[in-house]
Design a protein around this ligand. Structure first.
Ligand SMILES: [Zn+2]
Length: 165
């Protein structure tokens, strides 16, 4: 049976990777596949300055895209983090980030970059915190409370439980 890949699990894997543990050992320890650990490692490599040691082919240069307007950096980061989990459907990420699934697809394809620093629109019950913190539940950096990644995770667990019945 496949273990549930939770943000907590990812955060744990990230920490172990950062501490330099080998990927297969992390996979064994956390009960996830080495493939998933590899994905997390890849994502870490992208966000840090050091280059991955493997020599993969460089990303294809894309033709100049018209600048899309109105997507803020925080929302893009949220979408990227959720995509990196490799667990959510585009539409689920769209719901969490309050964007259409087309935009999620565009972020996935690398066509969307943060184009402005404007803050995302808050939903009812949400508030900005003065400084980005690590969510105590999932460990991701958040600037809106309650944490949207946690909320999406909760919703996802609920729906998958319903579907199983
Ligand atoms: Zn959280």
């Amino acid at each position: 049976m496949r273990p549930e890949i939770t943000p907590e699990l990812i955060a744990q894997a990230e920490r172990l990777l950062a501490e330099g543990h080998p990927q297969d050992q992390i996979a064994k320890e956390l009960g996830i596949t080495a493939y998933v650990v590899g994905l997390i490692a890849e994502q870490l490599g992208k966000s840090s300055s050091k280059k991955p040691s493997c020599s993969r082919k460089p990303p294809r240069q894309r033709p100049c895209q018209p600048r899309p307007a109105g997507l803020d950096a925080a929302t893009i980061r949220l979408i990227q983090r959720m995509l990196a989990l490799n667990w959510y459907h585009n539409s689920e990420i769209g719901l969490a980030a309050r964007v259409s699934h087309d935009i999620v697809g565009a972020v996935k394809a690398g066509r969307r970059k943060a184009v402005n620093q404007a803050r995302p629109v808050l939903s009812e019950g949400e508030r900005f915190i003065p400084e980005t913190i690590r969510c105590p539940t999932c460990g991701y950096r958040v600037e809106i409370l309650p944490c949207r990644i946690c909320a999406a995770t909760r919703e996802k667990s609920l729906t998958s439980r319903h579907q199983r019945r």
